[in-house]
Ligand binder design. Sequence first.
Ligand code: HEC
Length: 151
Amino acid sequence: MGFMKPNFLLILILNITLVLCQFPKQNIPQRKIIYLTKEEKEFVLMEMRQLLKSIHNIHTGLYEENYNFAYNSAKKVGMNMVNELQAAEKFILLKLPSEFKQLGFSTHKQFDILAESIKHKNNKEIQKNLSILTSYCISCHDLYALEVEEK
Ligand code: HEC
C-alpha cells in the first residue's frame, strides 16, 4: 500500500493535467468570422462599448435606487438606437448574417423590456431581464468574431 499511494497520486495529477490541457480547446470552438472594413468594424465595436456602458449605468442606477436613470440608460440602447443607426448602418447590415442581426435585434428589444420592468420597480423581473439580456451578449460573442476584410 505504501508504494501504491504515490503512484495513484501521480496518475491522478497526470490525469488532471491532461484534462486541464484540453480545456481551452473545448471552450473555444471556432467562431464565425464577419469581415468588415476598418471603419465598419470600429463602428460596431463602438456600439458594443455603448451597450456595456448602459449595463453599467443600469446597475449603478439600481444600486443608487435612481430608477429614472436606470430606465433612461436602458431606453437609450433599446429599439430607438436601432432606428437611429439604421441609416448609418445600412451597408454594414448587408454584410451581417441574418442570425447575427436577429440576435442583435433581440438584444435591443430586451433593453426595452428591461426598461419596462425598471419603470415598475419590479426587482425580480429586473434581475430576470438582465439575465436574459446578458445571455444574448454571451451567445453572440461565443458565435462571432469581427475581422478587417482584405482589399
Ligand atoms: C449580435 C451579436 C452581438 C451581441 C448581441 C452582442 N455583441 Fe458585443 N460583440 C460582438 C462581436 C462580434 C464583437 C467583436 C468580437 C471579436 O471580434 O472578437 C463584440 C465585441 C464587444 C465588446 C468589445 C468592444 C471593443 O471595443 O473591442 C464589448 C465591450 C461588447 N461586445 C459588449 C457587449 C454587450 C454588453 C452586449 C450585450 C448587452 C453585447 N456586446 C452583445 C457581437 C455581439
